[in-house]
Design a protein around this ligand. Structure first.
Ligand code: SF4
Length: 229
């Protein structure tokens, strides 16, 4: 797998690099010009890419790297377009997500869908994941050791998707991705960089349900995303 430092440019600019990376990973030697065999290679890369995704999801579903595996109903891997320009990352599954196996469902999920629609995206056009793949009991904050244990799964998802923009929803997601403890207000005020990918921080939809007055600020964040894409 590539490391964060390998991925030093915006994902959208790396289509050829990504193709060569997967070809190398799968042991496919490109001895003819890619233009001559584009269709066949593209098909093979696409099929193998799907296999990599399936293997990753299977590995996550069997993960016991932290204690949360003992209390989960199921892992919540992530959902959406695996070639998405926009990757949305939240904190951890809640009760509804733990039951349904999908991130951002329930009322918070409905609000996220509405927020996405406001900038012209259907839910299935983006990819949605969390820092943790298993629900912390009573929806408590993730422990540092849990976030560390789970980080490689999300890292691999980011490397596979190669999004153009990452949207971190909520303080916890922003802190874990940016390795900082700054306030959400401070983090929202500027664009960040995650391994060469622009990263915007905004409010978690669950917070917006409790504090609807903040939706206006959330709209400002969404407009920044729209501009970047
Ligand atoms: Fe594994 Fe992550 Fe679940 Fe912990 S939270 S058991 S590291 S998948």
């Amino acid at each position: 797998m590539m490391t964060s430092s390998d991925n030093s440019q915006t994902g959208c600019m790396l289509a050829e690099d990504v193709r060569r990376y997967y070809l190398d990973t799968m042991g496919i030697q490109v001895w003819q010009s890619l233009e001559q065999q584009d269709d066949g290679v593209e098909t093979e890369v696409s099929e193998n890419r799907e296999v990599i995704w399936q293997q990753l999801e299977q590995a996550v579903s069997n993960c016991t790297k932290c204690d949360l595996h003992t209390s989960r109903t199921q892992t919540v891997f992530g959902v959406g377009n695996k070639n998405a320009d926009l990757l949305i990352i939240g904190e951890a599954p809640g009760r509804d997500e733990d039951v349904q196996g999908e991130p951002f469902v329930g009322r918070a999920g409905q609000l996220l869908n509405a927020m996405l629609a406001a900038i012209g995206f259907q839910r299935d056009q983006v990819y949605i994941a969390n820092i943790l793949k298993c629900r912390p009991p009573d929806n408590r904050d993730p422990k540092p050791e849990e976030a560390v244990a789970c980080s490689s799964w999300l890292q691999q998802q980011i490397e596979l998707i190669q999004p153009c923009v990452i949207l971190a929803l909520g303080r916890i997601a922003a802190h874990k991705l940016l390795n900082t403890d700054q306030s959400l207000a401070a983090l929202r005020s500027k664009q960040h960089d995650y391994a060469g990918i622009p990263l915007i921080v905004s409010y978690h939809p669950a917070y917006l349900l409790r504090k609807p007055i903040e939706k206006r600020k959330s709209w400002q964040d969404l407009k920044r995303i729209k501009n970047l894409l």
